[in-house]
Design a protein around this ligand. Structure first.
Ligand code: 16G
Length: 241
Protein backbone atom coordinates (compact mmCIF):
# COMPACT_ATOMS: atom_id res chain seq x y z
CA UNK A 1 0.00 0.00 0.00
CA UNK A 2 1.37 3.41 -0.91
CA UNK A 3 0.06 6.57 0.70
CA UNK A 4 1.67 9.91 -0.10
CA UNK A 5 5.30 9.34 -1.05
CA UNK A 6 6.10 6.62 1.45
CA UNK A 7 5.29 2.96 1.57
CA UNK A 8 3.39 1.91 4.67
CA UNK A 9 2.68 -1.51 6.06
CA UNK A 10 5.66 -3.82 6.06
CA UNK A 11 8.13 -1.25 4.75
CA UNK A 12 10.71 0.49 6.97
CA UNK A 13 9.30 2.87 9.61
CA UNK A 14 8.24 6.20 8.11
CA UNK A 15 10.85 8.24 9.98
CA UNK A 16 13.58 6.03 8.50
CA UNK A 17 12.14 6.51 5.03
CA UNK A 18 12.13 10.26 5.56
CA UNK A 19 15.72 10.14 6.81
CA UNK A 20 16.63 8.30 3.61
CA UNK A 21 15.05 11.05 1.50
CA UNK A 22 17.10 13.69 3.31
CA UNK A 23 20.28 11.58 3.08
CA UNK A 24 19.73 11.10 -0.65
CA UNK A 25 19.21 14.86 -1.00
CA UNK A 26 22.54 15.52 0.67
CA UNK A 27 24.37 12.71 -1.14
CA UNK A 28 22.96 13.74 -4.51
CA UNK A 29 23.87 17.38 -4.03
CA UNK A 30 20.26 18.63 -3.94
CA UNK A 31 20.95 19.77 -0.39
CA UNK A 32 24.27 21.53 0.12
CA UNK A 33 26.33 22.27 3.21
CA UNK A 34 24.66 25.09 5.11
CA UNK A 35 21.28 24.72 3.37
CA UNK A 36 18.23 25.01 5.62
CA UNK A 37 15.94 22.00 5.99
CA UNK A 38 12.26 22.88 5.40
CA UNK A 39 10.16 23.52 8.49
CA UNK A 40 8.68 20.57 10.34
CA UNK A 41 5.13 21.30 9.28
CA UNK A 42 6.10 21.70 5.60
CA UNK A 43 7.88 18.36 5.57
CA UNK A 44 4.89 16.75 7.29
CA UNK A 45 2.56 18.05 4.57
CA UNK A 46 4.92 17.28 1.70
CA UNK A 47 5.45 13.66 2.73
CA UNK A 48 2.06 13.12 4.33
CA UNK A 49 3.44 12.05 7.69
CA UNK A 50 2.87 13.32 11.21
CA UNK A 51 5.03 16.05 12.71
CA UNK A 52 6.13 13.55 15.32
CA UNK A 53 7.59 11.41 12.52
CA UNK A 54 9.36 14.45 11.05
CA UNK A 55 10.73 15.39 14.46
CA UNK A 56 12.02 11.87 15.01
CA UNK A 57 13.65 11.73 11.58
CA UNK A 58 15.39 15.08 11.96
CA UNK A 59 16.38 14.42 15.57
CA UNK A 60 18.15 11.25 14.46
CA UNK A 61 20.07 13.02 11.69
CA UNK A 62 21.10 15.78 14.10
CA UNK A 63 22.41 13.14 16.48
CA UNK A 64 24.37 11.57 13.61
CA UNK A 65 25.88 14.96 12.84
CA UNK A 66 24.45 15.15 9.32
CA UNK A 67 22.19 18.05 10.26
CA UNK A 68 22.81 20.78 12.77
CA UNK A 69 20.35 22.89 14.74
CA UNK A 70 21.15 26.55 15.16
CA UNK A 71 19.24 28.11 18.00
CA UNK A 72 16.46 30.37 16.81
CA UNK A 73 17.40 29.87 13.15
CA UNK A 74 16.36 26.34 12.17
CA UNK A 75 18.01 23.12 11.03
CA UNK A 76 20.75 23.01 8.44
CA UNK A 77 22.92 20.58 6.54
CA UNK A 78 26.03 20.34 8.67
CA UNK A 79 29.33 21.36 7.13
CA UNK A 80 31.84 19.17 8.88
CA UNK A 81 35.51 20.06 8.99
CA UNK A 82 38.03 17.24 8.76
CA UNK A 83 40.91 18.03 11.04
CA UNK A 84 44.08 16.06 11.37
CA UNK A 85 44.65 14.84 14.88
CA UNK A 86 48.40 14.62 14.34
CA UNK A 87 49.31 17.92 12.66
CA UNK A 88 50.65 20.79 14.75
CA UNK A 89 48.62 23.39 12.91
CA UNK A 90 46.73 26.43 14.12
CA UNK A 91 43.05 27.25 13.85
CA UNK A 92 43.83 30.08 11.42
CA UNK A 93 45.82 27.71 9.18
CA UNK A 94 43.19 24.96 9.38
CA UNK A 95 40.52 27.35 8.19
CA UNK A 96 42.68 28.94 5.48
CA UNK A 97 43.36 25.44 4.10
CA UNK A 98 39.61 25.12 3.57
CA UNK A 99 39.18 28.50 1.99
CA UNK A 100 37.51 29.90 5.11
CA UNK A 101 38.43 33.04 6.98
CA UNK A 102 39.16 32.64 10.67
CA UNK A 103 38.14 35.33 13.09
CA UNK A 104 38.17 35.57 16.86
CA UNK A 105 36.26 37.35 19.52
CA UNK A 106 38.33 38.13 22.59
CA UNK A 107 36.99 37.06 25.93
CA UNK A 108 40.22 37.49 27.84
CA UNK A 109 43.74 38.66 26.93
CA UNK A 110 45.82 39.20 30.04
CA UNK A 111 49.09 38.57 31.86
CA UNK A 112 49.05 36.76 35.19
CA UNK A 113 50.71 34.18 37.40
CA UNK A 114 50.38 30.47 36.85
CA UNK A 115 47.53 28.60 38.59
CA UNK A 116 48.23 25.21 40.21
CA UNK A 117 46.50 23.42 37.30
CA UNK A 118 48.49 25.36 34.69
CA UNK A 119 51.71 24.85 36.56
CA UNK A 120 51.14 21.08 36.45
CA UNK A 121 50.20 21.15 32.77
CA UNK A 122 53.14 23.32 31.72
CA UNK A 123 55.73 22.22 34.25
CA UNK A 124 56.22 25.80 35.47
CA UNK A 125 57.24 26.77 38.99
CA UNK A 126 54.65 28.39 41.26
CA UNK A 127 54.63 32.14 40.71
CA UNK A 128 55.79 31.89 37.08
CA UNK A 129 54.44 34.48 34.64
CA UNK A 130 51.87 33.40 32.04
CA UNK A 131 49.53 34.93 29.49
CA UNK A 132 45.91 33.89 29.17
CA UNK A 133 43.98 34.12 25.93
CA UNK A 134 40.31 33.17 25.82
CA UNK A 135 38.69 33.38 22.43
CA UNK A 136 35.54 32.46 20.57
CA UNK A 137 36.76 31.27 17.20
CA UNK A 138 34.72 31.50 14.03
CA UNK A 139 35.03 30.41 10.42
CA UNK A 140 33.36 32.73 7.94
CA UNK A 141 31.54 34.23 10.94
CA UNK A 142 30.14 30.88 12.08
CA UNK A 143 31.21 30.08 15.67
CA UNK A 144 33.26 26.86 15.68
CA UNK A 145 35.21 26.66 18.92
CA UNK A 146 35.95 28.20 22.25
CA UNK A 147 39.66 28.25 23.11
CA UNK A 148 41.25 28.89 26.48
CA UNK A 149 45.03 29.17 26.15
CA UNK A 150 47.71 29.66 28.75
CA UNK A 151 51.13 30.59 27.38
CA UNK A 152 54.37 30.49 29.36
CA UNK A 153 55.56 34.03 30.06
CA UNK A 154 58.98 33.58 28.36
CA UNK A 155 57.30 32.88 25.00
CA UNK A 156 55.83 36.31 24.29
CA UNK A 157 56.88 39.93 24.86
CA UNK A 158 53.36 41.00 25.93
CA UNK A 159 49.72 39.94 25.83
CA UNK A 160 49.07 42.53 23.12
CA UNK A 161 51.62 40.81 20.86
CA UNK A 162 48.84 38.36 19.98
CA UNK A 163 46.56 39.63 17.23
CA UNK A 164 44.43 37.35 15.08
CA UNK A 165 46.64 34.29 15.39
CA UNK A 166 48.39 33.03 18.49
CA UNK A 167 50.75 30.81 16.47
CA UNK A 168 51.76 33.72 14.25
CA UNK A 169 52.68 35.74 17.36
CA UNK A 170 54.60 32.78 18.79
CA UNK A 171 56.39 32.26 15.47
CA UNK A 172 57.43 35.91 15.41
CA UNK A 173 58.74 35.58 18.96
CA UNK A 174 60.64 32.41 17.96
CA UNK A 175 58.57 30.21 20.26
CA UNK A 176 56.08 28.39 18.10
CA UNK A 177 55.64 24.85 19.52
CA UNK A 178 57.75 22.19 17.83
CA UNK A 179 56.01 19.27 19.50
CA UNK A 180 52.73 18.76 21.33
CA UNK A 181 50.69 16.28 23.30
CA UNK A 182 46.98 16.19 22.63
CA UNK A 183 44.10 14.66 24.47
CA UNK A 184 40.56 14.43 23.10
CA UNK A 185 37.39 13.72 24.97
CA UNK A 186 33.64 14.19 24.69
CA UNK A 187 31.96 16.84 26.83
CA UNK A 188 28.38 18.10 26.87
CA UNK A 189 28.30 21.87 26.32
CA UNK A 190 26.38 23.50 29.13
CA UNK A 191 24.67 26.91 29.30
CA UNK A 192 27.31 29.54 28.54
CA UNK A 193 29.45 27.45 26.17
CA UNK A 194 26.39 26.35 24.23
CA UNK A 195 25.09 29.90 24.01
CA UNK A 196 28.37 31.29 22.69
CA UNK A 197 28.70 28.54 20.09
CA UNK A 198 25.07 28.84 19.05
CA UNK A 199 24.16 25.23 19.84
CA UNK A 200 21.61 23.73 22.16
CA UNK A 201 22.49 23.16 25.79
CA UNK A 202 23.71 19.58 26.22
CA UNK A 203 25.28 19.59 22.72
CA UNK A 204 27.79 16.74 22.27
CA UNK A 205 31.03 18.70 22.07
CA UNK A 206 34.70 17.79 21.89
CA UNK A 207 37.34 18.99 24.29
CA UNK A 208 40.89 18.91 22.98
CA UNK A 209 43.70 19.72 25.36
CA UNK A 210 46.98 20.58 23.70
CA UNK A 211 50.26 20.99 25.52
CA UNK A 212 52.88 22.43 23.19
CA UNK A 213 56.64 22.46 23.74
CA UNK A 214 59.73 24.12 22.32
CA UNK A 215 62.46 22.00 20.75
CA UNK A 216 64.43 22.24 24.01
CA UNK A 217 61.49 20.73 25.91
CA UNK A 218 60.25 23.87 27.64
CA UNK A 219 56.49 24.35 27.65
CA UNK A 220 54.78 26.87 25.38
CA UNK A 221 51.04 26.41 25.59
CA UNK A 222 48.31 24.67 27.50
CA UNK A 223 45.14 25.12 25.47
CA UNK A 224 41.69 23.76 26.04
CA UNK A 225 39.70 23.85 22.81
CA UNK A 226 35.99 23.23 22.93
CA UNK A 227 35.08 22.26 19.38
CA UNK A 228 31.53 21.87 18.14
CA UNK A 229 30.88 18.14 17.85
CA UNK A 230 28.58 18.66 14.88
CA UNK A 231 31.26 20.53 12.96
CA UNK A 232 34.41 18.41 13.31
CA UNK A 233 35.77 15.02 12.35
CA UNK A 234 39.20 14.31 13.79
CA UNK A 235 41.25 12.21 11.46
CA UNK A 236 44.59 10.46 11.95
CA UNK A 237 46.62 8.29 9.63
CA UNK A 238 47.89 5.09 11.20
CA UNK A 239 50.54 2.67 10.00
CA UNK A 240 51.98 -0.45 11.52
CA UNK A 241 55.60 -0.35 12.56
C1 16G B 1 44.43 25.28 17.36
C2 16G B 1 45.06 24.50 18.52
C3 16G B 1 45.39 25.37 19.68
C4 16G B 1 46.22 26.57 19.25
C5 16G B 1 45.48 27.32 18.17
C6 16G B 1 46.27 28.49 17.63
C7 16G B 1 43.82 22.39 18.24
C8 16G B 1 43.00 21.34 18.87
N1 16G B 1 44.19 23.43 18.99
O1 16G B 1 43.12 25.61 17.64
O2 16G B 1 46.13 24.61 20.63
O3 16G B 1 46.46 27.42 20.34
O4 16G B 1 45.18 26.45 17.08
O5 16G B 1 45.49 29.10 16.61
O6 16G B 1 44.17 22.27 17.09
P1 16G B 1 45.74 30.56 16.05
O7 16G B 1 47.17 30.66 15.64
O8 16G B 1 44.79 30.66 14.92
O9 16G B 1 45.42 31.53 17.15
Amino acid sequence: EEIGKFRRGNAAPLYLQLQQVIRDGIGGGKLQQGDAIPAERDLAVEYDVSRITVRKAIGGLVEEGLLTRRRGAGTFVAGRVEKSFSKLSSFTEDMAARGKTASSQWILRAAGTVSPEESMALGLSPGAAVYRFHRLRSADDEPMALELSTIAGYCLPSAEAVGDSLYTALQTAGSRPARALQRLRAVPFGGEHARMLGVESGHAGLLIERRGFLRDGRAVEFTRSYYRGDAYDFVAELSDL
